[in-house]
Design a protein around this ligand. Sequence first.
Ligand code: NAD
Length: 317
Amino acid sequence: MKNSDLKKVALVGTGFVGMSFAYALLNSGECDQLVLIDINKVKAHGESMDLNHGLPFAKRNMLIFDGEFCDCCDADIVVICAGVNQKEGESRIELLNRNYEVFKSIIDPVIKSGFNGIFLVATNPVDIMTKITLELSGFESSKVIGSGTTLDTARLRYLLGDYFKIDPRNIHAYVIGEHGDSEIIPWSQAYVTTKRIYDIIDSSNGKFKFEDLYNISKNVTGAAQEIISAKNATYYGIGMALVRIVRAIFGDEKSALTVSVMLNGQYGVTDVYAGLPAIIGRNGVEDIIVLDLKENERTAFINSCNFLKETAEQIDF
Ligand code: NAD
């Protein structure tokens, strides 16, 4: 029987992303127990040994072990970073169908274990894989969250912090929509501390320029590809983004994070998972913040959602 005060995370998928998350989680000390699950049991075992050897240097003790799906029974959060990689000549849809099969092999045994917590999905295409998790689990949408555009928002804040020479944590700007090519930055909603970025540029006597915002948005959307060209994969940023979401859940923080959430009428969109600022607490998604978007931003967001909807409809359910 689980001590209800113990915070337990089950990680499915111990690849680059999963282990970057696990390492960041160990360093942040955000939970009491972490179980590592992977189809490659030898890898999961090696990873648990390696993390355990860091415990004497960690800021707190944790129980870390490699396990089975039945170990999800008393987990508070199941984080899914498992997936297959694109084969040569394989289309996005073929990849999506294979990842759908991977998720069937994961969600079913997790549910059979008796798991009754919150799913947090990072596997790409994350918005669609989160919707698949919702459908396979039958959970309420508040308990099924995708990492969405949390990483893209972090990239945006980092770049804006660098541009305006201010701590990125004092930048209030969001990337919304698909975690992918159709994502958008609603600049009308972007602030440095309490000042609108548009107003800062207007009154800067040419020190800051509107065209620089265009370059920053290109850098945000192109970041993943640039990193993949340089080192084949991206993982540290997403690992830390996942820890941030886990902290908001365990701490019942009511933090606004741009996770992938199920839209139920916001902007006239239904039945789609997409990145939007949402209030995250112990119950998962507690509210979705509706932004006061300009007409062009609203249209771009709806187009992004339509793209996600059309892509999801091509899966062989
Ligand atoms: P990886 O290949 O290193 O790891 C995938 C892991 O999944 C492997 O250990 C593999 O054995 C495991 N796996 C495969 N099938 C499984 C199954 N049926 N059951 C259990 N485990 C299984 O890949 P990665 O670099 O860690 O990336 C993982 C996912 O994260 C990818 O889909 C990637 O696109 C995505 N990603 C998302 C973001 C984001 O912002 N959401 C950012 C970067 C990467």
